[in-house]
Design a protein around this ligand. Sequence first.
Ligand code: RUQ
Ligand code: CUA
Length: 635
Amino acid sequence: MKPTITLNAIALVVALGFTSCGKQTGTSQAERTANAVASYVAPGEKDEYYLFYSGGHSGQVYVAGIPSLRHISTIPVFAPYPATGYGFDEESKKMLGDFSWGDVHHPALSQTNSKYDGRWLFVNDNANNRIARIDLHDFKTHQILGPIPNSIGNHGSSFITENSEYILCATRFSVPLPKGRVADPKDYEKEFNGMVSGIKVDPKTGEMKVGWQILTPPFDWDLGSTGKRPSSGWAFWTSYNTEMAHDTLEVNSTQKDRDLAAVVNWRAAEEAVADGKAEMMDGVPIIDPARVPGVLYFVPIGKSPHGMDVDPTGKWIVAGGKLQPATTVLNFEKVQAAINNKTFEGEFRGVPILKYEAVVEGEVPVGLGPLHTQYDGKGNAYTSMFIDSCIVKWKLPPWTDEEKKDLTKVVLDKVPAHFSTGHLVVAGSDTAQPYGKWCVAMNKLSAGRHINVGPSQPESSQLIDISGEKMKMIAEAYTEPEPHFAQILKVSDVQPTEVYPKDENKDPNAVWEKAQGGVTRNGNQVVAKLMAIRSRFNPDRIDAQVGDELTVHVTNVEQTRDMIHGFGLIEHNINMVMDPGETKTFHIKLTKPGVFPFYCTNFCSALHQEMQGYLVVWKPGEGPSGASGAVGGTK
Ligand code: RUQ
Ligand code: CUA
């Protein structure tokens, strides 16, 4: 019964908690002015950092600027987005496959030597077990991998290794494996399994493929993080259902005071696969950790933990307590020693459990509901507090003897956040050299701090200056549902292209001159090649007939930045958008006769409205050249 009471109490605190905060008080006019100036980016000036927000179940990634917190663009990933034509042309339709949504949680910037290298941004899809790669060369999605075999609920992901060798993922859910096998959830402990996956990233192209997997008990793996420097080659995940409950998890998975976290030696996993110690399941080499010692260890962490974040030195690993008012700090040197000396407190299914007392450095009493921890690279940690609705700054070890005796002494500062902070991000926290300076709190509830927009409220973000001893709340903004984690990248660390250069366009159907365009027919296949230029399509007439398969290639021949043309086709659910120098293709079967205008959907010039044409779909046997009619009118 006890856990139920605890959880109800928490629910009550969550429900009432934000009434205690509200409008920031005690901010003098001088402070207000200073805060406004700190986040003000004047017209014509630019932000210093990119903020890449995960878009949660919108399936997208949002780009904002720091310090302005202004939304600058949306990068569609797992859901169609007519604004950029994503999900309408053949290539993006193919990437989306049968899904029209995803649940993006944790973006990860690619790294070289534990530093952002400005090449790619990877994001996970919790819902459909996928990982996507956005190229920062053009800020577009270029690959969606998945659904990943033997992986269900790709939430503990996408955690990148220090040289982008792998994206590491752990499953939130467990099912009977391989996928498609059915067993009664009552037999959960026996029949269900979780998985840790190593997704290999090609160092040149960023192309991902499933490398190997490690079979785990059916714990619900939660957040994780990868090692660096001393902990290079390792990765860590919390779990919240060591009880292996399969129903009423709210009660049944919160019984134990400690849950088992996973300590994974991913280099050892890689070697085990190379040495032939894996067995294939659904096309993937699977490592059974009971039979391959040294790949997986467990360590108890209290209670129902959530975030697990490695600090910039790679030495401290901090787990958020969620249902325990403390963060647990593990010392990686002690983890190593415990492994080498076999300081275990038992095992579970053949996997050694490291003795808690032997690996823990301390439990820091940060407050209620600690979730995620970030770092400034100056020895400070920042933890988001879901229940207390605040950010807590505290000092990482090494601690003095006096501090060790009373760890409340290492808690340095608290700043209220509004409300119920989930993730927070400190600029560059997951690298060896954080930029520091800015922290963004991503809050689950905005609770009417903005003008009333009806019952559904946006999420809120708050910008906190962490450059001084005390944190300073600077600004607040609202975002589409719903940012989980985010990444911050210095603008000068990436060089996106301004156009697609003509000579790099390798599309065989690109047309760069009027004479190359036109409409051709082969049986019932009609192919139109169009050129888009201010302010016309060439050709601007496509003739076909009912029953034809129509393929349209449109090349935007502009070589000027931001000179974008669209191709919207009336009543056919088509809207392609071509950036300068880009060729896109759609394919449809023509099922109804009529004259269907098409037009440019991006306001490109003073004569943008005039940028239009006609798709004429004749009844069979009618039309300018009878049954085989296919005409592309050029002017
Ligand atoms: S989880 S609010 Cu999806 Cu990142 Cu912690
Ligand atoms: Cu092209 Cu509007």
